[in-house]
Design a protein around this ligand. Structure first.
Ligand SMILES: Cc1cc2nc3c(=O)[nH]c(=O)nc-3n(C[C@H](O)[C@H](O)[C@H](O)COP(=O)(O)O)c2cc1C
Length: 182
């Protein structure tokens, strides 16, 4: 069982990592954590190289990330909401999935990507569930490209005013256990 984790918060003791750590304590198998704030991934430049080749023109940390995405049984995205969207470092990784979009819709020759579960952990400061909706729409597109079968979500709002409660940590731990067993 192999899991790739995208941690898109820069805060070492932040809300997002708190929930992620609970999930990871229930998770078994090989876990590869990508801290998006520490990766070197440039955004897509729409050069269209991937329309004609089975790889991206830009050779940065994304080479390793493509490989992890293709071979993992689980993908976890743990991210705060920044201006109703993903932090820029996470969005850069998402935009580079254009390679998989062009495999599917231009070359019509999809890569062999492992069927996987997805876990989405999102946190936002305001007391408003709507803050998650744009990001969830983005993730729908992403998950259809990387062969996601089942999705689990932990969406936490109002972090400006409340602390992460124990029940959420238990929920995260149980999801970690669940996706280890499938
Ligand atoms: C640059 C920036 C933009 C933000 N934009 C939003 C936003 O649009 N909506 C919202 O509810 N919270 C917003 N927040 C608050 C964070 O989503 C919130 O504090 C989150 O829980 C931080 O997670 P962390 O502690 O794991 O880093 C923003 C915070 C930052 C730093």
């Amino acid at each position: 069982m192999k899991t790739v984790v995208f941690l898109a918060s820069p805060n070492k003791n932040g809300n997002t990592i708190t929930i992620l750590n609970s999930l990871l304590s229930g998770l078994q198998g090989e876990v590869n954590i990508i801290n998006t704030f520490k990766t070197n991934v440039k955004g897509c430049i729409d050069c269209k190289y991937c329309h004609y080749h089975n790889e991206c023109f830009i050779k940065d940390d994304m080479v390793h990330i493509y490989n992890l995405l293709e071979k993992s049984d689980n993908v976890i995205i743990a991210s705060p909401i920044y201006f109703s969207s993903f932090p820029a470092s996470m969005k850069a990784i998402i935009d580079r999935l254009q390679l998989y979009w062009s495999n599917k819709f231009i070359k019509r020759k999809e890569k062999n990507i492992c069927k996987k579960n997805a876990v989405v952990i999102l946190t936002c400061g305001s007391k408003c569930n709507k803050a998650f909706s744009l990001v969830e729409e983005t993730l729908k597109q992403v998950f259809s490209l990387i062969n996601v079968n089942e999705t689990y979500k932990i969406l936490i709002d109002n972090t400006d005013n409340t602390k992460i409660n124990k029940e959420l940590n238990i929920q995260a731990y149980n999801i970690g256990k669940n996706i280890s067993e499938v």
